[in-house]
Ligand binder design. Structure first.
Ligand code: SAH
Ligand code: SF4
Ligand code: F3S
Length: 442
């Protein structure tokens, strides 16, 4: 029996897909292993959203081959580089890879692998076609036991933000049926999961025969055993009111929204094709906070988009200061092949300027995160326990509160998967600390 090892890069969608791949290959008689050293087939499920993500993968391919020079190891490239970099991958004779499969081709993997085995070492086999329909609704991903499970509710993206490669790597947007999603969530509940996070590139545009994302959230929240539901990401351009209402009123839907801002300046937002203005974004934040006052808001920001001036960058600072996010992922603009920005706008902001801007925003965000966390001192938070140790200490437990913030507290007579009430006593910009005041029975 051939042994397969899979390594995952990029976002949660890729993590989810890796479980689909394991499920497909497991059914076809492959054995899965956690050890690269003993694998006959090494799969790299790749990301291509920024240049450094690509670089990591090229380095890994050479590493794997070098270490196993004398043995036959098959290397397959999956995921977003498979579609967006297929030419480079296929045509570079120095790259020791055997096959390539894009995000919509995973059901064909057993066939691709056996074709490579039959043909020997020459030639690279590939299937990178993107599908309008594939949602893997007939494949349930393997999920090892845990507390939180990810569930893809849609695939692809039709937004074409000009900087972004995802519409090219993952193709057109398509939604899974609510029944199919609910079935998967029921299985997860039976396996002991307490929380699910619904995934899509833009969940607001979820649509299955007229059923929208608010409907889906409501249905998922009715599954017995799942106590918490999160989702990522919504797009600020079209946040429906009925979705806000479900978040506000449904106790199982966590009061946390990841709302990618990208930039604070209207000219840059327009060049990015984000289709909202600074004013509209700020109004949406006000509306959200009006309905759900304790909402935790997080965001993504890009600095140094082509032609962004110092003054325009200050608009991003201004929006951050006005909103005060609980946390933010901040990135330097990275030009991606095939995107609209790559074709139309030269990457003209010097790297030193991007660095200056990212350092400034990271510092600003750190003070905001601390400020937000400090306000929690003295509060009692409901925490879902995720780990019975922490990185720093075997005598501490770790979990997350409703807002998805990490909460650390001393070891006690509790278990992973249980809910406890924790009084917050100390904070940093990254974590909350406290003591358990009550064990909850749910
Ligand atoms: N669909 C998600 C985003 C997926 S990519 C959404 O719209 O929320 C995650 C983040 O990576 C984006 O929000 C953006 O901030 C960042 N990103 C995407 N392309 C990038 C690029 N070319 N350069 C730098 N950051 C980028
Ligand atoms: Fe990329 Fe925009 Fe789609 Fe998000 S919404 S995946 S940033 S194109
Ligand atoms: Fe995800 Fe990276 Fe693809 S962020 S969608 S794995 S390009």
């Amino acid at each position: 029996m051939k042994k397969v090892y899979i390594e995952t890069y990029g976002c949660q969608m890729n993590v989810y897909d890796s479980e689909i791949v394991k499920s497909v290959l497991g059914k076809s008689g492959y054995e899965l292993t956690d050890s690269e050293a003993e694998a006959d087939i090494v799969l790299l499920n790749t990301c291509s959203v920024r240049e450094n993500a690509n670089r990591k993968v090229y380095n890994r391919i050479h590493q794997i081959k070098q270490r196993r020079n004398d043995e036959r190891v098959m290397i397959g490239i999956l995921g977003c580089m498979a579609t967006n970099f297929r030419k480079q991958l296929l045509e570079n004779p120095k790259l020791p890879i055997d096959f390539i499969a894009g995000p919509d081709s995973y059901k064909r993997l057993p066939q691709l692998i056996s074709e490579v085995s039959a043909n020997g070492a020459d030639g690279k086999n590939f299937d990178v076609t993107l599908s309008e329909f594939e949602t893997y609704s007939d494949v349930y991903p393997t999920q090892s036991s845990g507390v939180n499970a990810w569930v893809a509710v849609m695939r692809g993206c039709d937004n074409f933000c000009t900087f972004c490669v995802v519409p090219y790597t993952r193709g057109r947007e398509r939604s899974r049926s609510p029944e199919n999603v609910v079935d998967e969530v029921k299985r997860l509940a039976d396996q002991g999961f307490r929380q699910v996070t619904l995934l899509g590139q833009n969940v607001n545009s979820y649509n299955y025969e007229g059923k929208d994302f608010a409907y889906l959230l409501q249905k998922v929240s009715e599954v017995q055993g799942i106590e918490r539901i999160r989702f990522t990401s919504p797009h600020p351009k079209d946040f429906p009111r009925n979705l806000l209402q479900v978040i506000a009123e449904n106790p199982r839907v966590c009061k946390q929204i990841h709302l990618p801002l990208q930039a604070g300046n209207d000219r840059i937002l327009e060049m990015m094709n984000r289709t909202y203005t600074q004013k509209e974004y700020l109004e949406l934040v006000d509306e959200i906070r009006g309905l759900i006052p304790n909402i935790v808001l997080t965001t993504d920001i890009i600095v140094g988009f082509p032609t962004e001036t110092d003054e325009e960058f200050e608009d991003t600072v201004k929006v951050m200061e006005q909103v005060v996010f609980d946390s933010a992922f901040i990135f330097k603009y990275s030009e991606r092949p095939h995107t609209i920005a790559q074709r139309k706008f030269p990457d003209d902001v010097p790297d030193a300027v991007k660095t200056e801007r990212i350092v400034r925003l990271n510092e600003l965000q750190k003070t905001h995160s601390y400020q937000k966390n400090e306000a929690h001192i003295g509060e009692i938070h409901e925490v879902l326990i995720e780990q019975e140790t922490t990185k720093k200490s075997p005598d501490e437990f770790q979990g997350r509160n409703d807002g998805n913030k990490i909460v650390i507290f001393p070891r006690g007579d509790y278990r992973k998967g249980q809910f406890v009430h924790v009084r917050i006593t100390e904070v940093t910009a990254h974590v909350l600390r406290g003591e358990v005041v009550e064990v909850l029975s749910k």
